[in-house]
Design a protein around this ligand. Structure first.
Ligand code: UDP
Length: 460
């Protein structure tokens, strides 16, 4: 058996994978973790990345990095409109990406390339891969549950659920229980046609690919996996949670992670702290920000709060806070610009995670058994929040526009009341499932073996 494994590893040596992450934090992290996992299976790794939001190659000495110009102007690069940026990336990267691939494929001094693995939102890369007769495997960095909803977009439009009408927000989506219209993964204030276009590109070109990898695990999203396996002709590999493989991986954080959060947490009582962070893209109005600040302050719980520069629209950082806000809390609060989130969630002092429910944050919270307060902003976050609160029942969802009293009440329910205890119980069971799937014979490890053998058989 061992000899057989050695031979398989031997065969893979000399096979190269080219990975192409979408340049946003929630997409770069899982792609580089996937690279580390596949490297441990004997593949050589080449990363193609844009200049915009470039990862730091020196953190990954085992990988080869190639940078391509994205052609963004200064004003484009500072845009906060993710739909605009995604569309732009799928237009401006075509030529530079193609040129880079042609160079890599024609370099005979390098190992042969087995396939391209690109982010599902780099949907243009399917046509490039086809034209170069190179198989393309997709990494979808979100959950399966939200993907099922994206697949249903044409139907949802046909049946009048989309575009969303304010008068229908509380109506159930009969085709996708338990979702209500308000949970559909849309973005406010963007051009809906552009949004539908990138979602269709993401779904259709994933379907056309040679396989889809998911940072999720079967036990978490079994029925959505069954649905997709029926609807999609290509193989699907849920091999997550990526960050829980026992591999040494470097940080792919674009912002410096403030380690003072850990020394501050060290001084707090077990399970007492609310960790609040809304990821790398979400933005809040000043009024919303102040309700959050007062809700946290009035909860009487200690809190660690990530206020990313730019989180509050129209402000640099903490200017909207009333003067002396932090001082009156006598050390009960610690505000930072960016956290070492994995370490924070694994810290024994953390009792709850107030999150925007980006998929990575959601999965990271589940893996540490930390119950969530859900405050989704846009797209798949809305579906993730619904699953956390209503399907897995491991968190409470704050309604849109909640004021400080509603926030305080929600924190009490989770941190102090019996309801919170039941939620903690459930998430601790889910944490165990996340652990088992990466143990010998576990579902994700089995799916990883299938993925590796699938890739090894792909012919370019
Ligand atoms: N993250 C971090 N420090 C922070 C906040 C977030 O390192 O202060 C990481 C987090 O661990 C996750 C990623 O950034 O891996 C955010 O991805 P997610 O899908 O949760 O949200 P997005 O930023 O894409 O909205």
């Amino acid at each position: 058996m061992e000899n057989q494994i050695d031979t398989q590893m031997e065969q893979r040596k000399g096979r190269r994978l080219v990975l192409f992450p979408l340049p946003f934090q929630g997409h770069i992290n899982p792609m580089l973790l996937l690279a580390t996992i596949l490297h441990s299976k004997g593949f050589s790794i080449t990363i193609i990345h844009t200049n915009f939001n470039s990862p730091n190659p020196s953190n990954f000495p085992n990988f080869t990095f190639h940078s391509i110009p994205d052609g963004f102007s200064e004003s484009e690069a500072s845009s906060k409109d993710v739909v605009f940026l995604a569309k732009l990336l799928n237009t401006k990267c075509v030529e530079p990406f193609r040129d880079c691939m042609v160079k890599l494929l024609s370099d005979v001094s390098e190992e042969p390339i087995s396939c391209l693995i690109s982010d599902a939102f780099f949907y243009f890369s399917q046509a490039v891969a086809d034209s170069l007769k190179l198989p393309r495997v997709v990494l979808r960095t979100g959950g399966l549950s939200s993907f099922v909803v994206f697949v249903a977009f044409p139907l949802l439009r046909e049946r009048g659920y989309l575009p969303i009408q304010d008068s229908q927000l509380e109506e159930p989506v009969a085709e996708l229980p338990p979702l209500k219209v308000k949970d559909l993964p849309v973005i406010d204030n963007v051009d809906p046609d552009s949004y539908y276009e990138i979602i269709a590109g993401m779904v259709n070109e994933s379907k056309a690919s040679s396989g889809i990898i998911w940072n999720s695990f079967e036990e978490l999203e079994q029925s959505e996996l069954d649905t997709l396996r029926q609807e999609f002709p290509n193989p699907i590999f849920p091999i997550g949670p990526f960050h829980k493989y026992h591999l040494t991986s470097s940080s792919s954080s674009l912002l410096a992670q403030d380690q003072s959060s850990i020394s501050w947490l060290d001084k707090q009582a077990p399970k007492s702290v609310i960790y609040a962070s809304f990821g790398s893209l979400a933005a809040l109005s000043e009024a919303q920000f102040l309700e959050i600040a007062w809700g946290l302050a009035n909860s009487n719980q200690p809190f660690l709060w990530v206020v990313r520069p730019g989180l509050v629209r129209g402000s640099e950082w903490l200017e909207p806070l009333p003067s002396g806000f932090l001082e009156t809390l006598n050390g009960r609060a610690h505000i930072i610009k960016w956290a070492p989130q994995l370490e924070v969630l694994a810290h024994p002092a953390v009792g709850a995670f107030w999150t925007h429910n980006g998929w990575n944050s959601t999965l990271e919270s589940i893996c540490e058994g930390v119950p969530m307060i859900c405050m989704p902003c846009f797209t798949d976050q809305k579906v993730n929040a619904k699953y956390v609160s209503q399907v897995w029942k491991v968190g409470l969802q704050l309604e849109n526009g909640s004021d400080r009293l509603m926030i305080e009440r929600c924190i009490r329910r989770l941190m102090v009341e019996k309801e919170g205890e039941e939620i903690r119980d459930r998430i601790s069971k889910l944490k165990d499932k996340a652990k088992f799937c990466l143990q010998q014979g576990g579902s994700s490890l089995q799916n990883l073996d299938s993925l590796v053998s699938h890739i090894s058989k792909l012919e370019s």
